[in-house]
Design a protein around this ligand. Structure first.
Ligand SMILES: Cc1cc2nc3c(=O)[nH]c(=O)nc-3n(C[C@H](O)[C@H](O)[C@H](O)COP(=O)(O)OP(=O)(O)OC[C@H]3O[C@@H](n4cnc5c(N)ncnc54)[C@H](O)[C@@H]3O)c2cc1C
Length: 343
């Protein structure tokens, strides 16, 4: 007799995509355990802008975090400015702690089991997969940018040479806009998101070696807005951002979220894409056809991969200075790209 697994689905990593995968799996009638080494509500360096599509997906799961309404995007470079307001419903600026708390509460309500620990030493048989002290029918690896499960499964690829990092800090200052502002300097971008009354988040995306304060000097208009404002959180970093994979499925294990590969945070749709992957992964395992996830993964990530890679290539070339003027001169193209990423 083959061994009886403890649960249908083992989720490695209790970040937002791991929790979303667990919720989706429970709603599909599967039993779920999440293995996560960190306890309590988990923070992370993030721009914290939830696209309209992300907010809609959360609502479908019964998750309603509080935050600041976001009406669209603005690109700024010196005195130049291009802006686009979402055609349909708006997005939300939500602190990671708030988002994680809301997803955790919903997962607990649906009976998702949480196991403290780290997934390591994945062992697969024809009918089960075991890791982190739990055996399951399926493993969803949602262990983030530096996924060790991805490496253990032999699905990691060389990330490429041009490394970028993200640094995030909150400031106690009244939000001055209902847009996510992306400020462009010669060397970095600063992503400014209103996240609540009296609080904005600033995420700086930059090559290695450029610190948060040094990067801010390159954004004099933003620095003036923040002048005298008290930091409302400690500095957090993430990266290198670019992570590549040679496949998303190995036997009974599927890579989901940042663990499945990541281009850059420049376009701010990471959670929307991660949530779409969660849905696709659960549909594939619920149907008993894990390989179908490979095709769906490519489909649900296509727009984000193409647009983000294209924008990043321009940002890392002499065309960088032309990005904000081009967004201003071609509002239809700018709006089209934002809408493709938003839903
Ligand atoms: C600077 C920056 C700005 C961003 N801005 C935005 C934005 O504005 N909007 C947006 O939608 N997205 C944004 N993103 C992207 C977004 O933050 C990520 O896509 C999202 O966090 C991915 O969630 P995840 O659950 O896949 O990974 P994570 O949030 O990294 O969670 C992974 C979890 O796995 C756990 N873990 C690690 N190893 C193991 C292991 N071996 N076993 C078990 N658990 C493990 C970790 O403890 C962690 O809790 C941004 C990213 C960065 C870096």
């Amino acid at each position: 007799m083959p061994p009886v697994p403890d649960v249908d689905v083992l989720v490695a990593g209790g970040g937002p995509v791991g929790l979303a995968s667990a919720i989706e799996a429970r709603l599909a009638g599967l039993s779920v355990a999440i293995v996560e080494p960190r306890s309590g509500v988990i923070d992370k360096a993030c721009g914290e802008g939830l696209m309209p599509g992300t907010v809609a997906e959360l609502a479908r799961w019964g998750v309603h975090p509080s935050g600041c309404r976001i009406a669209g995007f603005a690109y700024l470079q010196g005195v130049r400015r291009a802006e686009y307001r979402f055609a349909g419903g708006g997005g939300l600026g939500v602190r990671r702690l708030e988002l994680h708390g809301a997803l955790s509460a919903r997962a607990a309500e649906l009976g998702v089991e949480r196991v403290a620990g780290r997934v390591d030493g994945v062992v697969q048989s024809a009918t089960t997969i075991a890791a982190g002290g739990v055996s399951a029918r399926w493993l969803l690896a949602c262990d983030g940018l530096h996924s060790t499960v991805r490496r253990q499964l032999g699905l990691e690829r060389e990330p490429g040479r041009r490394r970028r990092f993200g640094l995030r800090r909150h400031f106690a200052v009244e939000p001055w806009t209902d847009l996510v502002e992306v400020h462009w300097s010669e060397a970095a971008e600063a992503y400014v998101t209103p996240v609540g009354e009296g609080t904005v988040g600033v995420a700086v995306l930059a090559p290695p070696g450029l610190g948060f304060d040094a990067a801010l000097v390159g954004f004099p208009e933003l620095a003036a807005r923040l002048s005298g404002a008290v930091a409302a959180s400690s500095l957090r970093g993430a990266g290198p951002l670019r992570q590549r994979t040679r496949g998303r499925v190995r036997g009974r294990a599927l890579l989901v979220g940042d663990a499945s590969g990541y281009v850059d945070a420049l376009t701010g749709e990471g959670l929307r894409v991660g949530f779409a992957q969660a849905r696709a992964a659960v549909a594939a395992i619920a149907g008993g056809e894990p390989q179908g996830y490979e095709r769906e993964w490519r489909r649900v990530t296509r727009d984000a991969r193409l647009i983000t890679q294209g924008l990043l290539a321009a940002a890392q070339s002499p065309a960088r200075r032309a990005i904000v003027p081009a967004a201003r001169a071609l509002p239809g193209v700018f709006g089209f790209a934002v809408e493709r990423l938003a839903r």
